[in-house]
Write a protein that binds this ligand. Structure first.
Ligand SMILES: [Zn+2]
Length: 58
């Protein structure tokens, strides 16, 4: 069964039928790092997470 996920940032919708809760992916449109929360009534729920940025300080 296919499921649709929608990016919370740019609202780009894509098929996420293979994604498991806890998985992370990059939005195909804006490149934001997203984590799969789980499956809701309207498809796969995503939230944006902080990407692992390199330590830019000293
Ligand atoms: Zn996006």
């Amino acid at each position: 069964m296919s499921a649709t996920a929608v990016c919370p940032e740019c609202e780009f919708a894509f098929d996420a039928g293979d994604l498991e809760p806890g998985e992370t992916l990059a939005c195909l449109e804006c490149g934001l790092t997203l984590q799969v929360l789980g499956r809701g009534d309207n498809g796969v729920e995503l939230r944006m997470i902080e990407a692992d940025l390199p330590d830019w300080g000293q």
